[in-house]
Design a protein around this ligand. Structure first.
Ligand SMILES: Nc1ncnc2c1ncn2[C@@H]1O[C@H](COP(=O)(O)OP(=O)(O)OP(=O)(O)O)[C@@H](O)[C@H]1O
Ligand SMILES: Nc1ncnc2c1ncn2[C@@H]1O[C@H](COP(=O)(O)OP(=O)(O)OP(=O)(O)O)[C@@H](O)[C@H]1O
Ligand SMILES: [Mg+2]
Ligand SMILES: [Mg+2]
Lengths: 258, 258
């Protein structure tokens, strides 16, 4: 029975997609069977694993959301990493938010598809867009837990109250089991006072839910997506790859402790 | 007759809010009368100028969008910078996108308010959220031109096609005069190959619409918002402040050349 995890923070550019791809790829390297689900109309997760320029008529997660998805084909495809799969997105997803608003069970559209996939994977990671709209809501309703990436800066810290508020509302009405699995500090430059101050505030607020693994700012993480590869395939000796491999180890240790 | 400029890029975390605040503040320092309009439910622009924790009942841009805004009070307030004003946002704006979808003229709601303000300012800058939904659409319809901030990384480059496509659609149906005023490279680290490669591609694509001023990565720009101040008030000698003052000079030179 696979565990479903949304990677979410409505603050933009905090490393959601980079975390989803590289944590998932590191777990696949550790012989887990992992599925990535791209719920961002930007399609960065899909291109980050080199699956963006496919046939125009190829099906995507959009088709699962709009059609009656309790039966029928689910367009999951392989990636370059053994054991890592992706349910891709493309620009069609931009229109989904308005189209779904008029559909029945509009918050449960993705869950219907995810529940049919759950038993085929150890872990399913869902990448979300930088907003608290219907696409992110669908991801939160379909998930067992949430990983919150955040850079140690003021605007990201300020946005946490909104995110926690949204998670509480989803817990109370749509998905009672949803919980914050972990908070991950990304793009970290420990030399700055700002990073040290914000990190202190995050640890006070979230306690031991903050991963001890911290992802440093590392240009290899910015370069890897342009080659359509997770960083462990692009440059496994880089600080970025080492950090995500360490995160995967911590993630597995915490899972066993549960 | 003031010029209205949207600061927009659906890619998250590329420096939209930082650019809107610091370019506007630099122009106010040059004796221009400038209005900031916050159309992002995160309210980062509002907190970045120190106006977030106001009275819960205080009116915001939300009230202008939802009410019939051809008459009545517009809640513009002063900032700590002489000549710089702000039409603030708060979390209520999150609901506006769904509420406006059902209203008449839903893309023109902001324009009705902006057109009543235009003659009181030299420049009006509108900050937008990291999406291409109804809030961003309202900002593009209300504007004469768009400034596109972008960090020299792969995902930001990839998103440009979507942004340019949206601008073309807005030009052809809702706002024929809308044009890209300039593309600004932000958070720039010229030592990396990635930045050099992406910068070359941006200049090929946009030609002389790319500002020659480049904003470097500078921690003072990350610190200033936690003090509720534009960087020219927080640390005017920093590289970040110097860069935005240089951008303001280039902006004014280009305006005169038009
Ligand atoms: N640790 C890191 N070091 C350096 N660059 C990074 C790091 N993590 C992510 N990046 C780069 O920073 C940018 C933002 O990261 P990413 O796109 O993963 O964030 P996001 O939260 O998914 O953004 P969005 O809100 O637009 O979905 C990307 O260009 C990415 O390649
Ligand atoms: N040149 C810079 N150097 C260092 N930090 C910067 C720079 N520009 C912006 N920042 C910081 O980077 C983060 C992202 O910038 P900002 O919030 O302005 O981007 P945005 O595009 O408005 O994000 P969003 O998509 O969430 O609205 C912020 O924490 C900001 O303080
Ligand atoms: Mg992303
Ligand atoms: Mg912003």
């Amino acid at each position: 029975m696979g565990k479903v995890i949304a990677v979410s923070n409505q603050k933009g550019g905090v490393g959601k997609t980079t975390t989803a791809i590289n944590l998932a790829a590191s777990l696949a390297f550790a012989d887990k069977r992992v599925l990535l689900v791209d719920m961002d109309p930007q399609g960065n997760m899909t291109s980050g694993v080199g699956r963006k320029d496919r046939d125009k008529d190829a099906q995507t997660v959009y088709d699962c959301l709009i059609a009656d998805s309790t039966s029928g084909y689910i367009p999951v495809i392989e990636t370059d990493v053994h054991g890592l799969f992706v349910l891709p997105a493309d620009r069609q997803l931009t229109g989904a938010e308005i189209e779904m608003a008029a559909l029945p069970q509009r918050e449960f559209r993705l869950k219907q598809t995810i529940d049919r996939l759950r038993d085929s994977y150890d872990y399913i990671f869902i990448d979300t867009p930088p907003s608290l709209g219907l696409l992110t809501l669908n991801a939160l309703v379909a998930s067992d837990a949430v990983i919150v990436p955040l850079n140690a800066e003021y605007f990201a810290l300020e946005g946490l109250a909104d995110l926690v508020g949204t998670l509480r509302r989803v817990q109370s009405s749509l998905n009672p089991g949803l919980d914050i699995l972990g908070v991950l500090l990304t793009m970290h430059d420990e030399r700055t006072n700002l990073a040290q101050q914000v990190t202190r505030e995050i640890r006070e607020f979230f306690g031991d839910r903050v991963y001890s693994t911290i992802i440093p700012r590392n240009v290899r993480l910015g370069e890897a997506p342009s080659h359509g590869k997770p960083v462990i395939l692009y440059d496994v000796k880089s600080k970025g790859a080492e950090a995500y491999l360490a995160l995967a180890r911590e993630f597995i240790t915490r899972e066993h402790a549960l």
